[in-house]
Design a protein around this ligand. Structure first.
Ligand code: AMP
Length: 302
């Protein structure tokens, strides 16, 4: 089942206690689509500038990622720079240059308009909505990510698109900010009134929590001795989660739980090396082996 994603394809300069890289390929839609492509066919909608070369395009084209919706325009691609603290939990944004993203007006290629699964990565809610309105039939699952910037600056536009969202995937501080509540279960109840039927709270090294009308499901983060760079962990989680959902073709409780595990698996691989490096060499066999490891991590008897 085709999975549509709209979001940033970017160049990132990243610094952590483990090293530094300059202008490596990144962006939420990049991490998402590479992670999801292990499970399903992905339709990518984004914009890049002249600094995005054929070699960069091959990252997508070697996989099940359709780039007909990747617009190329004069100028530079979105650029982001960030630095992580010693514990890798906190980061400061050193630069955000919208560049070609400033005038992005997404247009879905005809072939994308029947996508049944949609992921609206973290970009302006008006752009998320613009993409969604071009999808012909009501999708089976619309998932959305956002951040404090949009929660604070464009709350009305965000509310608009949330009304058409099934699954909201955000981190814990964004969850609290959006709902004006502290307790995460109360947050979820508040958020369900805005539209989403499921809430996936990404909690970094503490794993992720799914809340819906069937209850609560928690998945741990895979214990890693030496994570190098958390950039894109959340987007890779979303890619594993949505990629698996699209491949399963239904949203039963068992499928959603497995999607949480595959999300955590993909997120854990993403942080092992800088930028996209680890996902680029990842294999299906490694994904399945780690998923089995999650079984061992969480099994116990009473
Ligand atoms: P994450 O670590 O999940 O927050 O995602 C990091 C990725 O998001 C990086 O590769 C950045 O290029 C991209 N990014 C950072 N800030 C923004 C923004 N304001 N809008 C869109 N993408 C962004």
């Amino acid at each position: 089942m085709a999975l549509l994603v709209v979001g940033s394809v970017a160049f990132d300069s990243l610094e952590s206690p483990f090293g530094k890289v300059e202008r490596t390929i990144g962006g939420a839609a990049t991490y998402f689509s590479v992670a999801a492509s292990f499970f399903t066919h992905v339709n990518l909608v984004a914009v890049v500038g002249e600094d995005f070369t054929e070699e960069h395009a091959r990252i997508f084209e070697r996989r099940r990622i359709d780039t007909r919706g990747l617009e190329r325009v004069p100028g530079n691609s979105f650029f982001w720079a960030g630095r992580y603290s010693v514990n890798l939990n906190d980061r400061v944004t050193l630069a955000t240059e919208l560049n070609v993203f400033a005038d992005f007006d997404p247009k879905l290629p005809e072939e994308y308009r029947d996508s049944r699964y949609v992921f609206l990565a973290n970009i302006a809610p008006t752009l998320q909505r613009a993409v969604l309105t071009q999808v012909r039939r009501k999708p089976r699952v619309v998932a959305l990510d956002t951040m404090n910037y949009w929660i604070e600056r464009t709350p009305d536009e965000l509310r608009q698109v949330l009304r058409h969202t099934d699954v909201l995937l955000i981190n814990d501080s964004e969850t609290r900010q959006l709902s004006n509540e502290h307790n995460l279960l109360r947050c979820a109840r508040h958020i369900f009134k805005m539209g989403p039927k499921s809430l996936v709270i990404k909690r970094g090294e503490h794993g992720a929590t799914l809340v819906d009308n069937k209850g609560v499901f928690c998945v741990p983060a895979f214990p890693l001795e030496e994570p190098h760079d958390p950039t894109g962990a959340g987007d890779s989680f979303a890619g594993g989660f949505m990629g698996y959902l699209a491949s399963a073709g239904n949203t039963s409780d068992a499928v959603l739980r497995r999607a949480m595990v595959y999300g955590s698996v993909l997120g854990s691989f993403a942080v092992e090396r800088f930028g996209l490096d680890r996902l680029r060499t990842l294999t299906n066999r490694e994904i399945q082996a780690r998923a089995r490891h999650f079984l061992k991590l969480t099994q116990f008897t009473l």
